[in-house]
Design a protein around this ligand. Structure first.
Ligand code: AMP
Length: 422
């Protein structure tokens, strides 16, 4: 018996159907705002993530699936979408396609995290990235799109948080200030935060340990220590958001896990999901394209976790219905009818009616049992008596009503019947 790898899931037919509904809704929304789809490879050169996400980040330190391929190259399974999309943007000269360029993706991600509810090692993200738009209007639009997507799905019990984490000009001075504050409290911090203190001090704000939270209550916040350009940007963002009627709160502790962010960060969290309550998050990453070897083009984006979104929809009783049952089950009275029955099944499927047929050639009674089990709406009964007149019976499996129909007309009649019941 083989078993799936810890932290991965089999996505079974019913759930795939539900996910498709979510994906379609996202595609409809993003495409209306002129976002274009992109898909990048599942694995990339390891260096892209080390440089892009940042060497001291949790993802690079602890969570990457890194391996050597047979050619001795170090490769990593994609832990997030931004760095690969940036790489693709530069490598394919997409700045020449449109400027600004708005992209969206729906792709699986891989992180070696401790699996728990809402936290997997393989999970899917729906995300967008915008290149070439530096102003706060686009920050507001990106945040709006995330909130609007959740609104269209009917989600209510969520909160939207925003923050500014400064830029490369103003952050270093703040980091010194923060380190100075933290240096007096080092023995009160957890081991992880002591590491963060020396490598990536801003990240201490992400810590959930009580002791660390207590220390941070008195810490200076980046939000209050940014330069005037970052301050104006943040103010501009809030003006746009207010004008767009987006409900948001400032969360001065919202620093997020990637080194590439600057200025705007944001996150949508659930009131219902417990420990892993972030459903989606993002931020502005103006230096990243240049850091990855491209031109100096600003960027901003977000990612939503599909599995957490499904958990949220479940909590709110909003899981979309999926219908796995065939419309028509073609049943037949014996082996001598199999060829004609199969032909009718094929013609139904070809005309776009979801159809099924009994490959095992069971008894008529057993075939009806199958049709019932699969919740087929209609049975098409292929039997010698009717076939002699080039006809079959269609049985409504709910009412038991039977109609004699010429073979040539079966699909049209079924379509008409379906329209009537719908
Ligand atoms: P991040 O890329 O870390 O900003 O995460 C964006 C979103 O992806 C989060 O808000 C979650 O919804 C989802 N996510 C991140 N990590 C995981 C994980 N290990 N398992 C499931 N979903 C995740």
């Amino acid at each position: 018996m083989y078993r799936r790898i810890k932290g991965t899931r089999d996505i079974l037919p019913d759930e795939v159907g539900k996910r498709r509904v979510l994906e379609q809704e996202a595609i409809r929304l993003f495409e209306a705002y002129n976002y274009l789809p992109i898909i990048t490879p599942v694995f990339e050169q390891t260096e892209l993530f080390v440089r892009g996400i940042g060497e001291a980040s949790e993802i690079v330190q602890k969570e990457m699936y890194t391996f050597e391929d047979r050619g001795g190259r170090s490769l990593t399974l994609r832990p997030e979408g931004t760095a690969p999309v940036v790489r693709a943007y530069i490598e394919n000269n997409l700045m020449e396609m449109r400027h600004p360029l708005k992209l969206y993706y729906i792709m699986p991600m891989y992180r070696y995290e401790r699996p728990q509810k809402g936290r997997l090692r393989e999970f899917w993200q729906i995300g967008i990235e915008v290149f070439g738009a530096p102003g706060p209007d686009v920050d507001a639009e990106v945040i709006f799109l995330m909130v609007e997507y959740f609104r269209r799905l009917g989600i209510e019990n969520i909160n939207t948080y925003i923050n500014t984490i400064g830029c490369r000009q103003c952050r270093p001075a703040y980091i010194e200030k923060l380190k100075e504050y933290l240096s007096d409290h080092l023995d009160e911090l957890c081991d992880d935060c002591r590491f963060r203190y020396s490598r990536n001090p801003l990240r201490v704000f992400d810590c959930k340990e009580e002791g660390c939270a207590a220390v941070l209550a008195g810490a200076p916040f980046i939000t209050d220590n940014v330069c005037s350009s970052c301050k104006d940007h943040f103010k501009g963002l809030m003006d746009f958001l207010e004008n767009m009627n987006v409900d948001f709160e400032i969360n001065k502790k919202l620093v997020r896990g990637f080194d590439y962010y600057e200025k705007t960060t944001f996150e949508v969290t659930s009131e219902l999901l417990g420990a892993q309550n972030a459903i989606g998050g993002g931020g502005r990453y103006d230096p990243l394209v240049k850091d990855c070897g491209g031109p100096d083009i600003p960027g901003i984006g977000f990612a939503i976790g599909v599995e957490r979104l499904l958990l949220q929809l479940e909590e709110e009783g909003l899981i979309p219905e999926t219908d796995l049952s065939p419309v028509a089950f073609v049943v037949f009275t014996g082996d001598d009818m199999a060829v004609r029955a199969h032909e009718i099944y094929l013609s139904l499927a070809q005309s776009g009616i979801k159809a099924e047929y009994d490959y095992a050639h069971r008894s008529l009674k057993a075939q009806f049992k199958q049709a019932n089990r699969q919740k087929a709406r209609y049975a098409v009964i292929v039997a010698p008596e009717e076939l002699a007149q080039n006809a079959v019976k269609i049985r409504d499996m709910e009412t038991g009503e039977e109609t004699l129909v010429p073979v040539k007309e079966v699909s049209d009649r079924l379509k008409a019947m379906m329209e009537e019941v719908n």
